[in-house]
Design a binder for this molecule. Structure first.
Ligand code: UDP
Ligand code: MG
Length: 310
């Protein structure tokens, strides 16, 4: 293949003012061999992120900015970037320099060799804390147990996708996007490059524990109805246990009336157990109803406030 294909780079940014210029510098040197466009999607930053991007965009029209009115979330920002990207291949990466741009050239090589998706895979998670590491591992294990679409482990949103894949994603009608899952769901021929995850350049992570939990729930409910089935099984199991309990109580009352003392503990345990099981199953059903609710509203995924060089 010739070298005159267009490479798009999509970067969701949320309050990353100190990272824009250093990242821009690294990207420009990583992309110097090809025509490129760099699309920053400002996910409702409240600091100077947008004006830092505009500084670069003023001098270089290949650097583009799309801003949202408010924070719509990382996945929505990515999807906005994918809608705008024109490239023959589209690379997404984090703004905080945790995803080093120097593997881009090997990603492009793997794409030229026929992979439609090239994932950048973390060699190890040394720089992440023990908590993040364990929760991430647990999430992928759970996700891959529950879902019919296995998601590659130790892979974030740093990946290259062929035009075909991006077009497919752009035409998905669903409102809530769990992109990591959707890319795997497509079953495209894929390949990996390996990199060492760096420390965050400046600022703090935006993935708080509650955001991580929401992200995990989003991923699970997007790709699996197994929790609903588990709720059914749980119901069956407790019904059987309850039935055995009834037989035990009735037989005791009939045949051993003299010894039979109605126990407070038995009633208490029964109520607590059943209450717990019922709340869990209602919660699981609720998660899926919430999902349906959001889908039928058919609201736009995000609203664009401003575009520069687009
Ligand atoms: N991000 C975003 N919107 C959000 C949260 C994060 O666009 O609501 C961006 C953020 O600016 C960064 C990327 O998504 O470029 C990854 O976020 P972060 O580094 O906070 O996550 P972590 O690396 O800790 O998982
Ligand atoms: Mg990060």
């Amino acid at each position: 293949m010739q070298n005159n294909f267009l490479v798009s780079v999509v970067i969701p940014v949320f309050n990353e003012e100190k990272n824009i210029l250093p990242l821009g510098k690294l990207l420009l040197s990583a992309l110097k061999d090809h025509p490129y466009e760099i699309i920053f999607v400002d996910d409702g930053s409240t600091d100077n992120t947008a004006s830092e991007v505009k500084k670069i965009a003023k001098k270089n029209t290949s650097v583009k900015l799309v801003s949202f009115y408010r924070n719509f979330g990382h996945q929505m920002a990515l999807s906005a970037g994918y809608q705008i990207a024109q490239g023959d291949c589209v690379i997404s990466l984090d703004a905080d320099l945790q995803d080093p741009p120097d593997v881009i050239s090997s990603m492009i090589k793997k794409w030229q060799n026929g992979a439609l998706v090239v994932y950048a895979k973390r060699k190890e998670r040394e720089v992440d804390g023990a908590f993040k590491k364990t929760t991430a591992r647990f999430f992928y294990k759970l996700m891959n147990f529950l879902s019919d679409t296995p998601i590659p482990e130790d892979v974030g949103d740093y990946r290259l996708m062929d035009r075909k894949v991006v077009d497919d994603l752009n035409h998905l009608p669903e409102q809530s996007l769990f992109l990591r899952g959707l890319v795997a769901w497509g079953g495209y021929p894929s390949d990996f490059v390996y990199f060492e995850r760096q420390k965050r350049h400046a600022g703090d992570t935006h993935y708080t524990f509650s955001k991580m939990l929401n992200f995990a729930l989003e991923g699970i409910t997007s790709f699996s109805i197994k929790p609903l089935r588990l709720a059914t099984y749980l119901g069956f199991i407790t019904a059987v246990i309850g039935f055995l309990g009834i037989i035990y109580a009735v037989l005791g009352k009939i045949f051993l009336p003299a010894y039979w003392v109605t126990g407070w503990a038995a009633i208490f345990v029964g109520i607590m157990f059943l209450g717990g099981v019922q709340l869990i199953t209602i919660g699981i059903i609720g998660e899926y109803i919430a999902k349906i609710y959001k889908e039928v509203q058919k609201r736009p995924r995000y609203l664009i406030k401003e575009k520069v060089n687009v």
